[in-house]
Structures are given as C-alpha cells and as structure tokens.
Design a protein around this ligand. Structure first.
Ligand code: SF4
Length: 428
C-alpha cells in the first residue's frame, strides 16, 4: 500500500492533502511538498481515517493534543469516554489514549470508534501491562511482545504512535556521565532503560527500526519519535543527554521519511523561559525542520496544582519559535489521573497558548479572530465576544453573574466605561 509520502513522491496530491490545505488556507501543492520533505504530517491510519485528521507542521496552525486513558487505579472506560467528549467539545486536535489499566484493547477500540480526530498511543505501555498481568517483569519482556502491541494497535486504527527509538546505549551513557537531578521521567523511556540495563542490550526499537518502519508503512501511521530523556525538571534542561537523544531522533526522522513514513519529533519537558527559543532552534535545525511536538514545556517546577498554566506559558513561547504541536498538561500533572474538569482546564490553557503563538507567527485567521473580538469589545457587543472567544461559556456566565446596572457596559467600570466615554467624546 502507498502511504501519503509515497503518493506525493509519485506526483499525486491525495484528497486528504487538498482537504487540509483548504481548511488551513494553504496551497495544496505547497502542503504536499512539505509532507514529502518531512516538514509536515497528517496523522491518519487508513484503518481509522479520521474525518478531522490532525495536521501539524510548516505554516499550519498550532495543534493541541489531549492525553486521556485509564491507570491501574482508575480503570473505568465510561470516565475516559466522558473525557473524550469533553476534549472534542473544547477543541482538541488529537487525543492520545495512554491507558494502563483495565481492558486496554477494548478501551482503545472504543476511543478510536468515537473519535473524529487523530488518535495516538504509546504501544510499549500495553506491552508492559500485558506482561505484568502474567507476572512477567519489564526486564524479561521479549522483542515480540513490543512488536505485537505495535501491530495490534496499528490494526485497531491508531493514527500516530510514540516510540522511543532514540534512547540508545550511547544516550544512556551520556545520562550517566553527566548526572541528572530527575534522571528519566518518561514512562516509556523508563521501561526501555530498565530493559536495556538489565539485559545489557541495545534498545530494540532502535535496533529493529527498519522492521518497525515496515509496520508503520503498512498502515500509513505517523511515528512520533519519543524523547525518553526529556528533562523532567528545570535543573536537567538542555543537557548533553537530551541533545544526544535529539541527534538520534533527527537521524531516525530522516530514515522514516526515506521509507515513506511520516515523522514527528517529541520535545521537552521542563525548560526555563530563557532556554526555550534556543531549544526550538536546535531541534528544528538538527531534525531538518521536522514537526515538533512539545509537552509544555513547563517553565517552572513550582506550579504544583497549576502546571497547566506553567505549561501554557512554555507552549506559547515554544510554538512561537518552532513547535508545531502542543501536548496539554492539566492541573493534576505530577499529582494524579486528571478529572473531567482538569481535562477541560488543561485543554483550554493549551488552546490559548496555541492561539497566542499563531498570532505571533502571523497566522491570518488567528489575527483576524483577535481583531473581530476587539471590534465587538469596542461596541460592547458581549454576545459576539463570547461567540469569538476560544471558550465562550466561562465568559458568558461571569458576565451574567456580574451584570452591570447600566446598559451596554460591564460592571467593571459601569457608568465610567472608558470605551463608551471615548466613543462619545470622539463623536463630538
Ligand atoms: S465597563 Fe470598563 S471593562 Fe467594561 S467594557 Fe467598559 S471599559 Fe471595558
């Protein structure tokens, strides 16, 4: 079967490319060229074929992913499906099912069947969970266990997969030599490191990368090259281990592109504000402009309970300087499995960050939205402001609750409304 890259290489412009180009206001030929060159991806496994596939990369609007999924302590499918509905209602561009509790395949299939946007997973979670159910430790996991999970998830229709292929013995030696405060905070990265150290063997996802690409190619799945060594605290940001892994990720993205498989690179983590721009520039440069998927980054470690805010500050800056895809964080980050409200709050914070970055990058529709909202604000047209807001409900209910006694102003300044005063004065 030909993948999107294969088709574009044989001079076709597939319908999905034309559809995305239209919705983004881009030229389809230019978009196809960016996909061919590995600078843009459209995440769509032909087994799922989402009606709103997530497209990330050059000249596109910044996209936001929501992580949902069970944990060993909270295994209820209904709860996760409710989080899926909330994610879709509040504008998620992609959803990752990170389930590690309950019947993983049933949960994944249900989420995919109900999801019009692209669905991502981290297949090594399933491999580890299935082995744990048989009392097999991660260090005793077989190559076939990992590849079976990847194949099963491909067959179920997963559109993009996080695979930590760049976490090699060499990157681990950098980690040990340099010394870190929090070492490894990525779950997938920790599983693989455990396996590699116990068995004294190379990462199987790196060693068998060509076989892995063959599977992804069969379904046209986008590989999201995971950063197993992403810094997990400000003190570990931009160290040699992170950059060493990034060099491998860039090379692996290039190999994927040659094989006709679309690739995204995953990024940090925790990064202080003053290092974000440099991180994005290094990442884009080393990975030849491949689409960048960032988790936050969190700009401080001290925002416990408010990590969605610390992350959205980092996301806005990262996306301004090159990140294309933002993974949301919730107020429950570092604390527990997010609730429905946490999902909503985290998603809205990330969408504000994405929009702010799009305005900074000169995206015409983002700039126009802000302009229309300001025009409505000038007219004190509150219903119009809610209509244009990134999330209308909170503003609407606050406005109603705090209603002014005077007409066409709000209760902040009421009869002293600056906008109204100046409007009247300038008429004279
Ligand atoms: S009352 Fe004050 S806050 Fe409200 S619209 Fe007028 S200027 Fe803005």
């Amino acid at each position: 079967m030909k993948t999107l890259i294969d088709k574009i290489k044989s001079k076709q412009i597939p319908a999905i490319v034309k559809k995305v180009a239209k919705s983004e206001g881009l030229d389809a030929r230019e978009l196809a060229n960016d996909i061919k060159n590995g600078q843009t991806v459209i995440c769509s496994n032909y087994k799922h074929a989402p009606s709103k596939p997530c497209a990330v990369g050059k000249n596109l609007k910044t996209k936001v992913n929501v992580n949902i999924g069970t944990s060993p302590d909270f295994t209820c499918l209904k709860n996760e499906l409710n989080k899926l509905s909330i994610s879709l209602e509040y504008g998620a561009d992609a959803v990752m099912d990170l389930s590690t509790g309950g019947n993983l395949r049933e949960i994944r299939r249900k989420i995919i069947s109900k999801c019009p946007v692209s669905v991502g997973t981290v297949p090594i979670y399933e491999a580890a969970v299935l082995n744990a159910k048989k009392n097999i430790k991660i260090k005793d996991m077989k190559l076939d266990d990992i590849f079976s999970s990847i194949k099963r998830q491909a067959e179920d229709g997963v559109d993009f997969m996080t695979l930590h292929c760049g976490l090699t013995l060499e990157t681990l030696s950098r980690l040990k030599q340099e010394g870190r405060l929090l070492n490894i905070v990525s779950r997938g990265g920790a599983f693989l490191t455990n396996w590699m150290i116990h068995n004294n063997k190379e990462n199987p996802l790196y060693e068998h990368y060509d076989e892995l690409l063959d599977i992804l190619h069969d379904y046209d799945i986008t590989i999201s090259l995971g950063d197993g060594l992403r810094p997990g605290c400000i003190d570990d940001a931009t160290d040699r281990a992170q950059i060493q892994e990034l060099i491998f990720l860039g090379e692996l993205a290039q190999r994927a592109n040659k094989r006709g498989v679309q690739a995204i690179i995953e990024g940090p983590g925790h990064v202080p504000i003053n290092e974000i721009k440099t991180n994005m520039q290094i990442q884009k440069k080393l990975c030849h402009g491949a689409p960048f998927y960032v988790l936050g980054p969190l700009v401080t470690d001290a925002a416990v309970g408010y990590d969605h805010i610390a992350a959205s500050i980092g996301s806005a800056i990262a996306a301004t300087y090159g990140a294309d895809f933002i993974c949301y964080l919730t107020p429950a980050e570092h604390l527990g499995l997010p609730s429905d409200e946490d999902v909503k709050e985290g998603l809205i914070a990330s969408r504000i960050a994405a929009h702010a970055a799009d305005v900074a990058k000169g995206n015409k529709s983002a700039i126009q939205r802000d302009k229309l909202l300001s025009q409505a604000r000038k007219k004190r047209d509150f219903p119009k402001q809610f209509e244009l807001a990134l999330e209308p409900n909170k503003g609407k209910s606050k406005y109603k609750k705090l209603k002014a006694k005077k007409k066409d102003v709000c209760s902040m300044c009421s009869e002293f409304c600056a906008i109204k005063t100046i409007e009247e004065v300038l008429k004279k």
